[in-house]
Design a protein. Structure first.
Length: 333
């Protein structure tokens, strides 16, 4: 308000000007979508303990909250494609078999064990597939037709499948693909049959341009990072019905990754081209409404956050950064 004090206080216009200026200050402070007055996360500078194990481009990360493990998918020649760390940051082991170009990774825990799902966008004999592994890297299931891109459902085919989300029931959501012929969201049963499918190439309701990440909330909704259209679209997980979309928060850069915090109050979104994590207020049951960014974490230039995952026990956020070729851990305050 310092600009207002030089005015003659006896003028009628002064009070009006002061009010308008004060309102603008309030608007900038409290309504700006990128306000940073509330720090929600801090970088864990001690994770991992041995960052030299990152020898390729780190494209994806997945947290096994039940067992305290963190899986990292990386690309490159003559590098291990999957690295496994403890949640404390200690390197445990790596594996490489039948993984060509990992794009997305997800850990599925059940009462009987754990498995690791990887989407492979390679163009060789292992590519265009979604694969399930044991925690030690034994291949147990392959979805898609290895080495062959396509759109068929019988037999199942993918073209550069970007990411997978598996519910506790075993039902699977796949966003397909990362720049290929398909722009679709596919839900599969626990025996890998189509339940519903939505999406074609375009910018209309239910259409996609590079669906890049998918997650499911606690209220029966599927959230998709529609990267090329710079928006998030939301669908009913039972029917596949379109429920709404968010675009107002993504004018600078589209969303690359979507994950919820453990309490489902916030949605963590990675924006690669502006090196930023956005924390959005997640709506409860009911209308999707408009997006609102409550906080953001600005990363260093050229970090390029690609995909993230959240520890659903501790709330820690792990960020796979293809520019920095590392994974960083942010812990909630």
């Amino acid at each position: 308000l310092s600009a207002a004090v030089s005015f003659d206080p006896t003028l009628v216009e002064f009070d009006y000007y002061k009010f308008i200026l004060y309102f603008q200050v309030l608007k900038a402070e409290y309504f700006s979508p990128w306000r940073g007055e509330q720090q929600m996360y801090k970088l864990d500078i001690g994770w991992p303990k041995t960052p030299e194990h990152f020898t390729g481009q780190t494209f994806c990360v997945a947290v096994d909250s039940l067992h305290g493990l963190v899986y990292v998918g990386q690309r490159g020649d003559n590098v291990p494609k999957v690295l496994v760390f403890s949640e404390e940051g200690y390197f445990l082991y790596a594996w490489n078999d039948t993984v060509e170009m990992p794009h997305g990774i997800f850990v599925w825990n059940t009462a009987t064990g754990s498995s690791v799902w990887i989407t492979d966008v390679g163009t060789g004999k292992y590519g265009h597939t979604v694969k399930q592994y044991s925690p030690l890297g034994k291949l147990t299931q392959v979805l898609g037709t290895p080495g062959n891109a396509g759109s068929s459902l019988i037999p199942l085919q993918f073209d550069q499948p970007a990411e997978i989300f598996v519910e506790e029931t075993g039902e699977i959501y796949v966003v397909d693909g990362d720049g290929g012929m398909n722009n679709r969201l596919l839900k599969l049963s626990d025996d890998y049959k189509e339940i519903w499918l939505t999406g074609t190439n375009g910018s209309g309701i239910g259409q996609f341009k590079i669906p890049h990440s998918v997650t499911v909330d606690a209220f029966g909704r599927v959230w998709v990072a529609d990267r090329g259209n710079k928006r998030i679209q939301v669908f009913d997980k039972v029917t596949g019905e379109w429920l709404g979309s968010w675009s107002g928060c993504f004018s600078e850069d589209g969303p690359y990754s979507v994950r919820f915090t453990p309490d489902y109050k916030y949605l963590i979104v990675a924006q690669l081209n502006i090196n930023r994590l956005a924390i959005l207020a997640a709506p409860p049951v009911g209308s999707i409404g408009d997006c609102a960014v409550v906080h953001s974490v600005q990363l260093a230039d050229e970090t390029k956050p690609h995909l993230v995952d959240v520890d659903m026990r501790s709330g820690a956020v792990y960020v796979a950064e293809i520019g920095a070729q590392q994974v960083q851990k942010y812990v909630p305050l």
